[in-house]
Unconditional design. Structure first.
Length: 272
């Protein structure tokens, strides 16, 4: 009771505000190189704590010198993230970005994707495009060529143009950005996959088996467009169904979650 009485309403509000700010900042840096830098900072702090605990004077002195310039170093290292945060604060979007804005971004990204696969399908140019969701795909992004570019159909079409440096491998999209191209993905080892499916399709399926990512594949042989989620593939999916399924899976989730039925079952039911 004494502890509870010592903690006032102002303290609780103070803690809640700080917690919310930290949460929004973590959301802001998620998927950026700042995540890895924070891990490095954690290791440095841990070493500093160990040096004090065990009275390692030389190590303690070294860590103290490091912390002396640490604040300035952090400002320099995190300069892109800090600028991004300040820009969002200036636009009023850091704490008030609505679901409608996110839905508009998703709709624009899907629009570029659909235009891309339609062009590639008509020209029978193979392509593999992966959408990252909750499961981070940082390891696979690092296997390719970093781009950090806004999604556009023109850029995607140029990436998969034959005989260009990036046409082999997969493109990974995070939000509204193309993170990397020419990425290597894990191949599915499912023995029941059709023998007529090649490496591109097996990579697309394999990626969705080890993560919650979504893969869109264009066949080089037939021009068919396929959609893969949770290791299940719908081949030769039509444009209307592709748009519907992508928006359904990529749109911001509401707080009231309905009971989800796997999309391939709904697609099968709709076809009768």
């Amino acid at each position: 009771m004494t502890l509870l009485s010592d903690v006032g309403i102002k303290d609780i509000v103070d803690i809640l505000i700080v917690s919310y700010v930290i949460y929004k900042l973590l959301i802001l840096i998620r998927g950026t190189r700042a995540v890895q830098l924070l891990k490095g900072i954690f290791v440095v702090v841990l070493v500093w704590a160990i040096s004090y605990w065990f009275e390692l004077n030389t190590l303690k002195w070294l860590m103290n010198q490091m912390f002396t310039v640490g604040v300035l170093a952090l400002i320099i290292i995190f300069q892109p993230e800090l600028r991004r945060a300040l820009e969002q604060i200036g636009r009023g979007k850091l704490f008030s970005r609505g679901a409608s804005d996110e839905q508009q971004d998703v709709a624009q990204t899907i629009g570029h994707l659909v235009k891309t696969v339609n062009v590639l399908s008509k020209r029978k140019i193979g392509a593999l495009i992966v959408f990252e969701r909750d499961t981070g795909l940082g390891d696979y992004v690092e296997s390719g060529i970093p781009l950090q570019s806004l999604v556009s159909s023109e850029l995607l079409i140029n990436i998969f143009e034959p005989n260009t440096p990036l046409h082999d491998g997969a493109v990974i999209i995070r939000g509204d950005k193309i993170m990397a191209a020419g990425c290597y993905l894990p191949l599915s080892e499912n023995p029941f996959i059709s023998k007529e499916l090649g490496t591109r399709h097996r990579a697309g399926i394999g990626m969705t088996e080890v993560s919650d990512a979504i893969s869109v594949i264009v066949s080089e042989e037939t021009g068919q467009i396929s959609l893969t989620i949770n290791g299940q593939m719908v081949r030769d999916i039509k444009e209307e169904s592709l748009i519907s399924k992508l928006f359904e899976e990529l749109r911001p989730k509401t707080k009231l979650k309905e009971k989800k039925v796997p999309f391939w079952r709904r697609w099968r039911d709709q076809r009768g």
